[in-house]
Design a protein around this ligand. Structure first.
Ligand code: S3P
Length: 172
């Protein structure tokens, strides 16, 4: 069975949905951030602080090599995972990618209480955060939109999204 990659901006629910989906489908589960934290024995915040973003992107790339050897795995990717090192092109050859799409306004709301663990956002002043999210989404959406499927999540609850993913992957 092909691997399934959940793709999208920070705060789009990739980790929670990926875990649940893996339980429903009886697939293996990899959360790229959690895996990189484990490999380095550091939190994402510490990795960005002690090294830098380019180190983290190399860690994502090297983790991808391991993922490509796996089958029947759901992968919840970090928000920048598919935006560097041609990773989007590579994963499209290896599995099915699904973009969980939200507007930047909605992502800002979803991230409001949840930015502390996210080094790219927690360094931004509160009054600049919404604009930062909007600009970063604009830069990144071209990568996300290369996914095999796009789910417009705005008016859907978690169960709706899970059902939708399930029906999409059953047709492939
Ligand atoms: C990042 C998103 C984060 C994490 C890191 C960088 C990004 O993952 O990989 O903080 O570049 O968008 P989540 O999408 O799970 O927050």
């Amino acid at each position: 069975m092909d691997n399934i990659y959940l793709v999208g901006f920070m705060g789009s629910g990739k980790s929670t949905l990926g875990k649940k989906l893996s339980e429903i489908k009886n697939y293996e589960f990899i959360d790229t951030d959690k895996e990189i934290e484990k490999i380095n024995s550091m939190t994402i915040n510490q990795i960005f602080k002690n090294f830098d973003e380019s180190f983290f992107r190399q860690e994502e790339l090297s983790l991808l090599k391991t993922i490509l050897k796996q089958k029947k795995t759901i992968i919840s990717t970090g928000g920048g995972f598919v935006c560097f090192n041609n990773i989007m092109k590579t994963i499209k050859k290896n599995g099915i990618s699904i973009y969980l799409k939200y507007s930047s306004k909605n992502l800002y709301k979803r991230l409001k209480e949840n930015y502390q663990e996210r080094p790219l956002i927690n360094k931004i002043q509160e009054n600049k955060r919404e604009e930062f999210i909007s600009e970063l989404l604009q830069k990144r959406e071209k990568f996300y939109l290369e996914s095999n499927f796009v789910i417009d999540c705005l008016s859907l609850n978690e169960d709706d999204i899970l059902r939708k993913i399930n029906s999409l992957i059953s047709t492939t």
